[in-house]
Design a protein around this ligand. Structure first.
Ligand code: ZN
Length: 288
């Protein structure tokens, strides 16, 4: 295994001692530190075990959608392991992690998903967000589906210019012509389901959008894990720096589509409050 190491100074020892992931950790604090320092190793480990499991059960395909799926679940395993493992000290984190993943895979539904996402509304939200892992058109149109933002507003909140802005219009156009329809075809959702959702939205808009907000947050957190490099929420100061110094365009486009809290930070920083543009709140659009 890779030699990810941690220096600790336990008890009355004067010299720092080095603990590796495959050695015994004695306290919850040591566990947290050694795991935090070994995330890439654990990520690889979880990823290869998930891939192996999916291959064995005939659920693996060599494509981006499956790679992203693997990344999301690896990330969820690590999150759960951080909570589980600190209760199991003293332990050897590396071996405990293997046992933890193996146990998840031996359950009848190892990748069981939140039951709320199985309703027609949940299926639609989940389907739209899942598509973002493989389609930039879907990603950009999330700003419209979740908040009702139009291309010009998306460009403003992301702070884009020139050819980057042109691409946003194309993303909207292609999604309206075919992307949305194609995404819907892969979902277990009927035309009657869509009509029922539209009627509910008209009848009780506030209640409808507050349920959407809850589901969107749940799904956003899950699908953000498709891109570990862009998962982390930057601080307000880091966002300001990104906009002021004009860098991190990919980070902005990807993260802000999948993080409501950061989107509001960007909106406020770009000072987009005008009589014609309110601060975005959830305003779910069922059709493009
Ligand atoms: Zn964020």
């Amino acid at each position: 295994m890779q030699g990810t190491v941690l220096k600790v100074s336990p008890g009355n020892e004067r010299e720092p001692r080095t603990i590796r992931l495959d050695q015994v950790v004695l306290t919850a604090k040591q566990f947290e530190t050694v795991v935090a320092n070994s995330l890439p190793v654990l990520f690889d480990r979880a990823g290869s075990q998930i891939k192996q499991f999916l291959r064995k059960t005939g659920q693996w395909r060599d494509d981006i959608a499956h790679e992203k799926f693997m990344l999301r679940w690896a990330s969820e395993y690590i999150e759960q392991f951080l909570v589980y493992g600190r209760l199991k000290v003293p332990c050897r984190p590396f071996f405990l992690f293997d046992a933890f993943v193996a146990r998840q895979h031996s359950q009848s539904e190892p990748f069981c998903y939140h039951p709320d996402l199985l309703t027609p509304l949940g299926t639609l939200i989940d389907g739209l967000l899942e598509r973002t892992a493989v389609s930039r058109d879907a990603l950009i149109n999330l700003y419209f589906h979740c908040y009702g933002l139009l291309p010009g507003q998306v460009i403003a909140v992301l702070g884009l210019e020139g050819s980057q802005s042109q691409r946003i219009y194309k993303n909207f156009y292609r999604w309206r012509i075919s992307g949305w329809q194609r995404t819907l075809k892969g979902l277990n959702i009927t035309d009657n389901d869509l009509i029922a959702l539209e009627q509910r939205k008209l009848r009780e808009p506030a209640q409808f959008n507050s349920e959407v907000a809850r589901l969107v947050r749940l799904a956003q957190k899950h699908y953000r894990k498709s891109e570990p490099a862009y998962y982390h929420c930057p601080s307000i100061a880091q966002w300001h720096e990104m906009f002021e110094q004009s860098f991190g365009h990919d980070y902005r486009i990807w993260h802000l589509a999948l993080c409501m809290d950061c989107l509001l930070i960007a909106w406020d920083w770009n000072d987009l409050r005008t009589p014609s543009m309110d601060r975005p709140g959830v305003n779910f659009q069922i059709r493009p």
